[in-house]
Write a protein that binds this ligand. Sequence first.
Ligand SMILES: Cc1ncc(COP(=O)(O)O)c(C=O)c1O
Length: 408
Amino acid sequence: MTIHANSANEQVNWEHFLARRTQKMKGSVIRELLKLTQQPDVISFGGGMPAPELFPVREIEEACNFLLRESPKSVLQYSTTEGHRPLREYLVDTMTKYSIQCSADNILITTGSQQALDLIGKIFIDTGTYVLTERPTYLGAIQSWRAYEAEFVTVPIDDQGMQVELLEDTLKETPIRFIYVLPNFHNPAGTTLPEERRRLLAEIARQHDLIIVEDDPYGALRYSGEDVIPIAALAPERTLYLGTFSKTLTPGLRIGWIVAPSEIIHRLVQAKQGSDLHTSTFDQMVANDVAQRGILKAHVRMLRKVYGERRDLMLDALTEFWPEGSSWTTPQGGLFLWARVPSPIDTVALFPKAIEKRVAFVPGVNFFPYEDGGYDAMRLNFSNAQPEMIVEGIRRLGLTLKEELAHK
Ligand SMILES: Cc1ncc(COP(=O)(O)O)c(C=O)c1O
């Protein structure tokens, strides 16, 4: 085939070729914001990233060397869509400790829990399907489900997570297909849903014959208080539980999982085959090796200590440096807290002023599916910055808020 000399001048109207669903797709605003915060002198509370200096690098290196030496043929080969069997069996043990009864047939390994969200969209969402989420909620789920042309109805949270008692009224108005909930150390709010609300949620889902998607990336990272029973243990017949090693081991391995009734796992497997055949064999076997040798458990113990200290440091700094009229959640675990600023400050307008002071956060509006709230709030991450930077960053934000108030 010869390529015309003038082909470089010919224009293709790509918009003309795109599927209708692409009109609903949006890039992640947070990822765009984070680009601004990547200059080395900016203290960023923006991302949801673990502390990189704590990654178990040597242990992962040892696992890689061991696997390449002992099982090169399987570690570098294609594998089953369901996932590496020993890893699924390890996860059965872990889930059983969380009171979630399951077998390996109830577990699908995914490429991070972000893929789990996408596969859920692929098998449950038609054009115009209503999904019920919390307000605010994890924007990655919205981003994924928008691509399947979902619509969203929302139930507000308070400092104990989803206000489950408001569900009934919402359900009367809109026929929804599933409820998406972040019960442990909510992203972005840091809240935890108490057991009574979980039981009520399970009961309402049964009465209305709905399914629940329980997204739990942070549950193992508890710094105070007692573990609360997962919703998947209360309504196993209708709950899809999502877990991940991103926050407890490393996000770069991209290992997540779904626990669900086996007939739904079967559907998800079909959906996954069309996406990526299976999650990286190498990454699954490395994660399995690290987990089976007890390294993951010890690592989580260490993370709980370090992140717990960072959370306390941030809470103390907020008390010391932020003006009257501010408030914030006190998370029992996870990576985030949700801070409210004094009226009439708008956190979107505040963002560039904070960047001028070399400190970053995510404005609350980014966690609202229809951008109809959160202008008085921001998400602050406390896992990623070094302790002295946490105090300095909160001091700078306090100063920015005080200057803003003086101008109002
Ligand atoms: C609530 C929630 N769900 C899912 C994810 C996706 O995590 P991953 O794909 O790294 O497992 C995240 C990541 O921050 C999250 O906060």
